[in-house]
Design a protein around this ligand. Structure first.
Ligand code: FAD
Ligand code: EPU
Length: 338
């Protein structure tokens, strides 16, 4: 276990921001994590846990210890004719995990294909796409409590999952390090193709009875057509959440913008497509030197070169103010800001 000093994080965040941390350690096991917390050197040091760095914006250097979670492993811990319970190390790459499940014909997470990042980070914001969230297959996770050094189990209800939310982003923020997660996957899966363009893509391929591999491929195809590949253009996916507003406010906005895109979330509330708002406000494709708003998806901020985290953050401030002025809607950031 090597302790790096003044460590460059440019290859450890998908925005490709050239920030650094005072200290940096990779941990590959629970034992190594325990060892780090026994080091006197770090007793007073601020800690940041990093997975794949695909949902984090460094607006400054981090003056503490970054612990990169590389705890690996996948194990079936229970099995029936219908289900497998799979325990996964937090440091396993999420998309590779999805591919492993698809190859084994275990259904439940195929709609979450091609989401970057680590499996252990997935519950942090209850990752979601194409009508599925990780909460739908989630059983439990184990996490290291920083204050006590104890391992604590969190069931699905303990995690308080919501849209891009969990207890780890709220009341337990910065208190736990997720070590592993357990998912319950279906051996005889039903496919979920009700969302957006998925059916259209399958129809265009003349696939009438899609299996989970077909669905995964269709979703990868859609994602590749509109989201920038972080290996080519720095980004963190959606920079903002889709705002949830009440029907009354929706009716007011519809007077000026009858074409606004929204989805019902309850009898009283709807989720507005923030990408549509930002697009309508004229930001889509705008560039400011080496950063800007993606040309195919206005919800995605991009770093074309050597942009600084602070510049991307200031752009997000301008967008929030503009959307507030134009639509009286307050956008909330999805990306974690350092
Ligand atoms: P990181 O960026 O490394 O960390 C995110 C946060 O979690 C940080 O606050 C970090 O401190 C904390 N953290 C990380 N690991 C741990 C741990 N083990 N224990 C405790 N805290 C931890 N998200 C979606 O929900 N749906 C999408 O469709 C989607 N599409 C994306 C597309 C692209 C092109 C990109 C770049 C991102 C996309 N994302 C999407 C966002 C992102 O991939 C997810 O949020 C992902 O789960 C982040 O994982 P990570 O390991 O990279 O997290
Ligand atoms: N739209 C526009 N202009 C744009 C972008 C979008 O008009 O520039 C419209 C689209 O035409 C569509 C609607 O807005 O009618 C929604 O767009 P899209 O289907 O691309 O989805 P999204 O709401 O922008 C959300 C998630 C994504 C997830 C997709 C698919 C959030 C914040 N984002 O995006 O998650 O992959 O749905 O389920 O909920 C992420 O979290 O990082 C992420 C990429």
């Amino acid at each position: 276990m090597k302790i790096h000093e003044n460590f460059k994080l440019i290859n450890h965040n998908t925005f490709g921001v050239d920030a650094s941390s005072k200290y940096f350690i990779k941990i590959k096991s629970e034992a190594e994590l325990n060892a780090v917390f026994k080091l006197k050197q770090f007793e007073e040091t601020e800690i940041l846990i990093l997975g794949g760095g695909s949902n984090i914006l460094f607006t400054q250097n981090f003056n503490g210890l970054v612990i990169k979670n590389e705890i690996k492993g996948k194990k079936v811990i229970a099995e029936t004719n219908s289900f497998v319970n799979l325990k996964i190390g937090a440091g396993e790459n999420w998309h590779k995990l999805v591919m492993y499940c698809v190859d084994n014909e275990w259904g439940g997470i195929e709609n979450l294909s091609l989401i970057p990042g680590n499996s252990g980070t997935a519950p942090m914001q209850n990752i979601g796409a194409y009508g599925v969230e990780i909460k739908d297959t989630f059983v439990e996770l184990e996490a290291f409590e920083i204050a006590s050094g104890k391992i604590v189990k969190f069931s699905k209800s303990d995690c308080k999952f919501g849209y891009r939310e969990s207890i780890f982003k709220n009341e337990k923020k910065n208190q736990f390090i997720i070590l592993n997660i357990t998912l319950k996957l279906h051996k005889n899966p039903n496919v979920n193709i009700g969302y957006g363009d998925v059916i259209k893509v399958l129809e265009s391929q003349n696939i009438k009875k899609p299996n989970i591999k077909d669905v995964s491929k269709a979703i990868i195809h859609i994602r590749n057509s509109k989201l920038p590949n972080p290996k080519e253009i720095g980004n963190c996916g959606s920079f903002f959440k889709n705002p949830v507003i009440d029907q009354k406010k929706l009716e007011e906005i519809k007077k000026d913008y009858p074409e606004i895109i929204y989805y019902p979330v309850s009898k009283t509330h709807v989720k507005i497509a923030a990408g549509w708002l930002i697009d309508k406000a004229g930001w889509k494709g705008k560039t400011f030197g080496n950063y800007g708003v993606h040309k195919k998806q206005a919800l995605v901020l991009v770093n074309y070169g050597n942009a600084e985290g602070q510049e991307l953050y200031e752009l997000s401030e301008k967008i929030i103010t503009d959307i507030q002025n134009k639509f009286k809607i307050t956008l909330e950031r999805e990306v974690n800001i350092i």
